[in-house]
Every structure is written in C-alpha cells, then in structure tokens.
Design a protein around this ligand. Structure first.
Ligand SMILES: [Zn+2]
Ligand SMILES: [Zn+2]
Length: 305
C-alpha cells in the first residue's frame, strides 16, 4: 500500500534569522511489504521526508527532530539538574512547614503558598511572552530557550515526545540557582512557603505545558481532572495559544491569568510601549502565520514512534 505524498509548508530561518522563509516538505509514507525488508515489525509505516527547497531560497538546517531523536531524551546532566531543583524546592517547603510548626502560624504560610501558585502562573506568562516575541538564538542566557520555544511553535507535538528531565532541566537549573541562597539564609515560614510553591510551579510549568498538548485518553486521570478544574492549564486554553492570532494564552501553570491578560490587552500594551521606547517589534506582529501549526503529528509519525 502506498500513500500519496503529502505536501505541507513550514517556516525556516535564514542564517541571519530574518526573514522567515517558506520551505516545502514532501512526506511519503508507505507500508513495508515482503518485497522490502523491514527494520522492525512488518506493516510498520516508514516515514521518508524529502526536502524540496524552492530556488533562490537559502537552505536551512532547521528541521524537526525525528522521533526518538537523542535531543528529546534525558541525559544524566538533565536528571541531576531536575533533582537539584526539586531538592531546593523541597527544602524550602520543608522549612516552611517546620517554621510554621515552631511559630504556630499556619494560615499565613498557606496563604503565601497560594499566592506563590497564582504568581507562578503570571510569571510563566510574562516569561513565555518575552521569549516568544523577543531575541533569538544568540541572545545571552535565553538563546536556547528562545530557539526551543520557536521550535515548539513550528512542531508543537514534539513536546509530548520529550522526556521528563529533558523538558524541565533548564527551568530546574534556574530554580536551583535562585532558591538555594534563599534556603540558606531565610527562616521565615511565610517567605519559604511562597518561594517553595512559586519556584516549584515554575519548574514544573513545562510539564504542565506538555500535558496541555497531551491527548485526553493518554493522560493520567488525575491530570485531566486538575486541568478540567482549572488547577492546571487546560488543553483547550493552551490550544488557543497555538492558533491565530498567536498572541494570547501565554500562561502555562494554571492559566488563571490568561483571560485577564488577554481581555485587557496587557501584553499588547507592553509591546506598544517597548516599540515606542526602544523600537523593537515583537514577533507576534509579523512573523507568525498559519504555518506555525502546519506541522502537526501525522499518522505516519505516530506509527514510527
Ligand atoms: Zn508560545
Ligand atoms: Zn505549547
């Protein structure tokens, strides 16, 4: 059996990172038969992308990672950073509980933890908006994250194939560097509760984000229940971020702030202020197109997993 080639387009960048270029990918999917020796199981779909670069366009190496690509898998360095980040968060939460027990105050630390959870959602939105719209791969400190999020907009389904520590290690490293000094010098249960919950939610925001791209039937029931209850960012809310006009629903912890920020055009106001102050245009004004979601997970890609 053969399946006709499927044509789709996605955006690639020239070495100067500007402007976006349109590139055509032709994917042909065929099932292996007795005439061809399959590498794994029979009847498995093989995925053979052929790139056809239109003339006069600069060739780019910007291609989606293949499934089971090493870049999607966790390394021991990733796991160590996630373990370190979790340890600093747990120490902060532990100090909050012990401190609350000693001082017999429970309401304030619990309230501080709740504020930390709400604040983490706002922080995730501001950070996500910033790296979606400004800078590039060469930006100091944030370059890798900016490139990763740009790649995520071109191939959103990849995040569901990324292993846990691979997905969280960058935020875990930032959390470890920020929370460790707080753990060492602060013994206030209210501050510890706020820092512990807020930093923990920020570190796990990429996991919440990955779940928001998951299929309901494949997610743990408790995750689906928390998404439906609004405790974690929902699949429908985050799905809107990956549709036109690509400038809303940036928050990825609970999504609590998304409606307020979008209805009041807070990010649009910030973009205008930055444009008039320093002359920098956000990517959302010009670059996103429907091609950002042109590369979706196809049946053949699922099959070759
Ligand atoms: Zn985004
Ligand atoms: Zn996403």
């Amino acid at each position: 059996m053969s399946i006709l080639p499927q044509h789709s387009h996605y955006l690639t960048r020239s070495p100067t990172h500007n402007p976006w270029h349109r590139k055509r990918i032709i994917c042909s999917a065929t099932t292996t038969t007795t005439t061809a020796k399959p590498k794994s199981s029979p009847n498995q779909l093989s995925f053979e992308p052929q790139f056809v670069a239109p003339p006069n366009l600069v060739a780019s190496t910007s291609t989606p990672p293949v499934l089971n690509d090493p870049s999607l898998q966790s390394t021991w360095s990733h796991r160590n950073w996630v373990a370190t980040g979790c340890a600093t968060v747990l120490v902060s939460l532990g100090k909050a509980i012990v401190g609350a027990g000693h001082s017999h105050i429970w309401l304030e630390p619990m309230l501080a933890g709740y504020i930390g959870y709400v604040f983490a959602d706002l922080g995730s939105g501001v950070y996500h908006w910033g790296i979606d719209n400004y800078g590039d791969g060469l930006t100091p400190f944030f370059g890798n994250q900016i490139e990763a999020f740009q790649g995520h907009h071109k191939w959103p389904w990849i995040i569901t194939r990324r292993q846990f520590a691979n997905n969280l290690h960058a935020l875990a490293r930032a959390v470890a560097f920020f929370v460790l000094p707080v753990d060492l010098v602060c013994n206030d249960p209210i501050v510890n509760a706020f820092v512990g919950v807020c930093s923990g939610c920020i570190m796990f925001s990429q996991q919440f984000h990955a779940w928001a791209h998951g299929t309901k039937s494949k997610l743990p029931p408790i995750v689906v229940a928390m998404q439906d209850a609004g405790l974690l960012v929902s699949r429908s809310q985050h799905g809107a971020h990956h549709r036109q006009p690509y400038n809303n629903n940036y928050c990825i912890v609970s999504g609590f702030w998304n409606e307020f920020l979008d209805e009041n055009k807070v990010f649009e106001a910030l973009e205008m202020a930055l444009y008039f102050k320093v002359g920098v245009r956000p990517r959302s004004w010009s670059e996103p197109t429907t091609d950002w979601t042109g590369e979706t997970e196809t049946g053949s890609q699922v099959a070759v997993k």
